[in-house]
Write a protein that binds this ligand. Structure first.
Ligand code: NAD
Length: 482
């Protein structure tokens, strides 16, 4: 059964769009249509921004509520998200092919967690402080205010989580939001709008318009939008940054990655490579995760042992229907994206890397945009497959001489989002982590802390989401010299 939806979520309710265009979502597993929604045009974006503006400018409204009252509303929002979490996770899986074993905990449950955390932060963060002037001649009052109307633009790989990373902090800070979900995954955003309505957020505080690049571009350029929170590719992030620079509009950018997993020479190779943590850190969402460690750095002294263990692990991964709870690797989110991943596999072979396992399409399932889990060995870190973000189930094993060499290779990337080190010694792991230029780093596959700043360096982004720092990026400061 397909879902045909007719409205855009503006001013607290579903409204008829100005545009007659539609977006159809196709299942990456069955290749059949799943449903469609209206494709918002510039006029629709304007309507949504006006609703958000009106809600923000209301002198008795959301922005002026006591933080504790806003926090209460966010907890109610989280309550309803929790009630609908399984339905939301299944909707994401149906659209982007994320195996249910990953979407249930991430797409189903992260939003509520992040909302509750932001609610707690805003009640703990003093909205203003009085301090002595630096020259001792009086006092200065430093105030934090919500930045205004926020345009939130996430990517399709974690559509719910990445949206929540933006709206949770923005709403907690007292901003109002216009969310433009990715066009590959709009149907779960219909459910999100229903949640917002059921949770009773005041009209206009959270608005949702569906669309692609043009809709996103209209939102970024709209003079009524005060800040942009973006997650997506580096190429689009650059376009948005250029536009925001001209408009002098603050922007947070969460972009691509090409992180390295460093296996130190003390590891128990079989235990590490076959652990759930290693699978998550390298192949989560079938490799369609910005923070995935897709370059596997192996010490020369144990190189073949690591390649063999990885080939054996990757050969055993369960590829199939993402709705099956046993499935570990689902399809690529779109047919176009599969073609891109396959292009990189051909490039890897052409550039002389050793194809150890995979490289093609699995025989089963017969339908769907699947790519076999693929392992390359003897990869030169300067080659295309080691430098470009492939965003699929493709890993490269790169040899290193010693720890200095491992750090040099890990840092020889235009990205700087994440990374992992695998070792029996936490101290050795932390010492290595300190030397890697990335916004986030994990020792032995420890997962992201959703209360800590999230984001990257170099071409992986600008600014941070989550934690106090993420919340502060949705605030502006005023100094009053008393
Ligand atoms: P994308 O850049 O094509 O699209 C991202 C979003 O931007 C979508 O909502 C899209 O509709 C919108 N958009 C496209 N062109 C636009 C424009 N000109 N103006 C405004 N909005 C526009 O990225 P994608 O293919 O959807 O996502 C994959 C990328 O996202 C990968 O590079 C991945 O690494 C990155 N990503 C980064 C993080 C992170 O936190 N750093 C997390 C997840 C994904």
């Amino acid at each position: 059964m397909t879902i045909e939806h007719d409205g855009l979520f503006i001013g607290g309710d579903w409204v008829a769009p100005h545009s007659t265009a539609r977006i159809t979502v196709t299942s990456p597993a069955s290749e059949q249509p799943l449903g469609s929604v209206p494709h918002a045009d510039e006029e629709d974006v304007d309507k949504a921004v006006s609703a958000a503006r009106k809600a923000f400018d209301d002198p008795q409204g959301w922005a002026h509520w006591d933080p504790a009252r806003r926090a209460e509303a966010l907890h109610r929002f989280a309550d309803v998200m929790e009630q609908r979490s399984s339905e939301i996770a299944r909707s994401v899986t149906a659209q982007n092919g994320m195996p249910l074993m990953f979407s249930e905990p991430s797409e189903g449950r992260t939003s509520a967690f992040v909302l509750r955390h932001a609610a707690r932060l805003i009640t703990e963060m003093p909205p203003e402080r009085m301090q002595e002037r630096a020259d001792g001649t009086g006092r200065t009052l430093i105030r934090r205010e919500p930045i205004g109307v926020v345009g939130a633009i996430p990517a399709w790989n974690f559509p719910q989580t990445l949206a929540a990373f933006k709206y949770a902090s923005a709403l907690a800070a007292g901003c109002t939001v216009v969310l433009k979900p990715p066009q590959e995954t709009v149907l779960d955003a219909v459910l999100l709008a229903d949640v917002v309505k059921e949770a009773g957020l005041p009209p206009g505080v959270m608005n949702i318009v569906f669309g692609g690049a043009e809709t996103g571009s209209s939102l970024v350029g709209h003079p009524g939008v005060d800040k942009i929170g973006f997650t997506g590719s580096t190429a689009v992030g650059r376009l948005i940054a250029e536009k925001c620079a001209r408009l002098l509009k603050p922007v947070t950018l969460e972009l691509g990655g090409k992180s390295a997993a460093v296996l130190l020479d003390d590891v128990d190779v079989d235990a590490v490579v076959n652990s759930a943590a290693f699978l998550i850190m390298t192949m989560f969402n079938s490799g369609q995760a910005c923070w995935a460690s897709t370059r596997i750095l192996a010490p020369r002294s144990r190189y073949e042992e690591i390649v063999e263990a990885m080939a054996s692990m990757m050969g055993k991964l369960v590829v199939g229907d993402p709705m099956d709870p046993e499935t570990q690797i689902g399809p690529m989110a779109t047919e176009k994206h599969r073609a891109r991943v396959e292009g990189y596999i051909r490039k890897g072979v052409g550039e002389g890397a050793r194809l150890v396992t995979g490289g093609g399409r699995p025989q089963h399932p017969e339908k769907g945009w699947f790519v076999e889990p693929t392992l390359f060995a003897d990869v030169d870190n300067r080659s295309t497959i080691a430098q470009d973000e492939i965003f699929g189930p493709v890993l490269s094993v790169i040899p290193y001489q010693d720890e200095d060499d491992a750090v040099r290779i890990a840092n020889a990337s235009r990205y700087g989002l994440s990374g992992t080190v695998w070792t029996k010694s936490t101290d050795r792991g932390i010492a290595l982590a300190r030397r890697v230029h990335s916004g986030m780093y994990s020792i032995n596959g420890r997962r992201t802390d959703l209360g800590a700043p999230f984001g990257g360096e170099k071409e992986s982004g600008l600014g941070r989401e989550l934690g106090m720092e993420g919340l502060a990026s949705y605030q502006r400061l005023q100094s009053i010299f008393v």
